[in-house]
Design a protein around this ligand. Sequence first.
Ligand code: OVV
Length: 399
Amino acid sequence: MMDTTADRPVSAIDPFSHEFLRDPYPHHEALREAGPVVWLEQYGIWTMARHQEVRDSLIDWQTYCSSAGVGLSDFRKEPPWRPPSIILEADPPLHTRTRAVLTRILSPAAIRILRDMFEREAELLVARLVEQREFDGVADLAEAYSLKVFPDAVGISEDGRENLLPYGSMVFNSFGPRNDLFDRATANAGPVRDWIMSKCSRAALAPGGLGMQIFEAVDSGELSEPEAGMLVRSFLSAGIDTTVYGLGNALYCFARHPEQWSILRENPNLIRGAFEEVLRFEAPVQTFFRTTTKTVDVAGVRLGDGEKVLLFLAAANRDPRRWDKPDVFDVRRRATGHMTFGTGIHGCVGQAVARLESEAIFGALTKRVASFELTGEPTPRLNNTLRGLDTLPLRIVPV
Ligand code: OVV
């Protein structure tokens, strides 16, 4: 499958085909082994799948920009499907200003205030699921929890929250090509988008919530009123599907590796590190793109100006150049340094919220669940960016 033409490694792999998305790992390996940077001839783009190159590119925002979009589509050549995000799809200096506001609102001190509520909701949900014994790990746990605590923290109403997952699906599928996954996700775009936008105004947000805190940055002169609405949209775009897929993948890892669950139960201080290992091993966010701002040399290969680069976060996470036994799920491993939250100026601004959700849920589960049994075959939920499950049928063996 690999060959080399004009001094560049080339691959015919389609990273957005169902076949690839169902089991990406052999393809990740092929892309890592093809070279430090590989030309994907089907799309006319570059890709990087090794840890070193992915990390270096994420850090070098001057060469690898975000303002042309962080999906396959180049905003300089085709109009974006929605107004660009003023944090994700922006470069300094605009990015610096919007990022500063979200960094403050999602600071460790701010997250500490959320902990009691997140833990209380986790205990309530887990008590109900233990009682129930059999449940779906995606719908009844990952989705139920993420759709409760984060929107509550942002301060949006309970009604209409069923729009959040279809919107997230649209956002994350849209980073890929206009394939069948994109078409299916955007089929009912209008009403879902309208509902989301209706929740992004000052009037729709509860006082004291994370959303209203964005609007307080308007009052202090840091943002305009429309910019505040756009940053609330970023919360609602990035804050739910990511954690649904992450919590679902974590449950799946523990169900498949009961000995790792036992280790966690005996050492609850490992819960935090175990979630990092889940993020490394089954990355809920697999990829993001950048666009070159100049010609650049990568390990002897010349990339042109204005070219799209697909950064394989999930492949970097299993690069044997960086990790010992990368294909082994090991909760004792030092997994920090994985690329699932990215790194550099665009590194996930909400990562403390994601970690808090996982600590609350797995803190509650380790106290009450001796083991998980799969009662059926889990099914994948294919997405152009995210990796996770559609269904995860489980039975709890209580403590
Ligand atoms: C990290 C991320 C993913 C999706 C959307 C956004 C951010 C946004 O800012 O809208």
